[in-house]
Design a protein around this ligand. Structure first.
Ligand code: UDP
Ligand code: MG
Length: 340
């Protein structure tokens, strides 16, 4: 049986672009030589986009039209389209012709030669402001530095996925999706297909600054544990002076508390705390990382051991029952001292 290609195209308020986008896309898909379907997803448009898409679906048997009840965002629109796709290869493309549909033929060639993923690599971006180019350039490099899985530089979601890979996406159901990151995380044999990103054929970008920042944050927080580790250490560093100050106050007010600290000087106790809290933050990050399948198993054991050691030490400290209150509840001690 001949293989089927599924093209997934999300569209949000694209009435100006839809007609010419469809014509060029239809021509490009027909020239490849495989049977194909084009799945348009109207992401809650408030203009005539749905009207155009539903007409195209009536006129062409290759066109399927889906409509969201409201604007859920580009990444979820693509996901809905991928769920609907029946093809042996699924291609994701924007509706504004910035991803030239003619490049799909090159992606299909790469797929025929054994690639599981053929991703579009932008060699040049036409018609975009210098600020957007610079922020995109910086962002992808930062993302790669943060991420544990290399996400190819200067790529978007314009790509072809083999059915096997597309099926894997159906298993991953997170809400805050960052498809290009998920694609990198899945691995497989991914090959770049170079292209020049064109100007938008009509209308304005539908990615507002807020949407763009949310996507950027999803990329960084969803595919990197470094922010967690940094936050862990930062919490430790902020928490420790407070602890050091508490020990210091205790020692000044009660000489016996030095015994409770096991003869440790208050300043040293503060520094030990800094390291311990920082380490605890790091361990917490390691635990969360494991949720993403990133950290190796031995870290898990290490984390458990270290935490149990901390607990043991606490128990031992508490065994010196005479000073138990001194260590754990300084405020009660102060009250008693004052009362005397
Ligand atoms: N899009 C969408 N929902 C949104 C925003 C955008 O479906 O909330 C679609 C949009 O119609 C286009 C694609 O996603 O087909 C890429 O959007 P856009 O071209 O505005 O982004 P840019 O290329 O400027 O980053
Ligand atoms: Mg665009």
């Amino acid at each position: 049986m001949e293989k089927l290609l599924s093209l997934v195209v999300p569209a949000f308020n694209e009435e100006e672009a839809m007609e010419q986008s469809f014509e060029r896309t239809y021509r490009a898909m027909s020239s490849i030589g495989y049977p194909f379907e084009i799945i348009y997803i109207d992401d809650g448009s408030r203009d005539r986009t749905w009207e155009i898409i539903s007409r195209l679906a009536r006129e062409h048997e290759e066109v399927k039209a889906l409509r969201f009840s409201r604007n859920f965002g580009h990444q979820l629109a693509v996901t809905a389209g991928m769920d609907e796709a029946k093809g042996d290869a699924v291609i994701i493309m924007d509706a504004d012709l910035q991803d030239p549909p003619e490049v799909i033929a090159d992606m299909v060639k790469a797929w025929e030669q054994g690639a599981d993923i053929a991703y579009g690599k932008r060699m040049h971006r036409k018609g975009e402001t210098a600020a957007k180019k610079l922020t995109a350039w910086c962002y992808y490099r930062l993302l790669n530095f943060m991420s544990a899985y290399p996400i190819p530089l200067d790529t978007g979601d314009f790509r072809l996925l083999d059915k096997g890979v597309a099926d894997e996406f159906k298993v991953l159901r997170e809400h805050n999706r960052f498809l290009r990151g998920m694609s990198a995380w899945l691995g497989y044999n991914a090959v770049p297909v170079e292209y020049v990103r064109e100007e938008r054929c009509a209308g304005k970008t539908k990615y507002t600054l807020k949407k763009m920042l949310r996507l950027a944050a999803d990329g960084i927080f969803g595919f990197s544990s470094r922010p967690l580790t940094l936050i862990g250490w930062a919490c430790g560093a902020v928490h420790s002076p407070a602890r050091a100050y508490r020990y210091h106050s205790l020692c000044r007010r009660n000489r016996r508390s030095r015994v409770a600290l096991g003869g440790v000087r208050p300043g040293a106790a503060g520094w030990c705390d800094t390291v311990r809290n920082g380490r605890a933050g790091g361990l917490y990050a390691a635990h969360l990382r494991r949720g993403k399948g990133e950290a190796p198993l031995h870290n898990k054991r290490k984390a458990k051991l270290s935490l149990s050691k901390v607990c043991e030490r606490k128990v031992k400290k508490d065994d010196r029952s005479e000073d138990q209150d001194t260590c754990k509840k300084p405020h009660r001690l102060f009250l008693r001292r004052k009362a005397r």
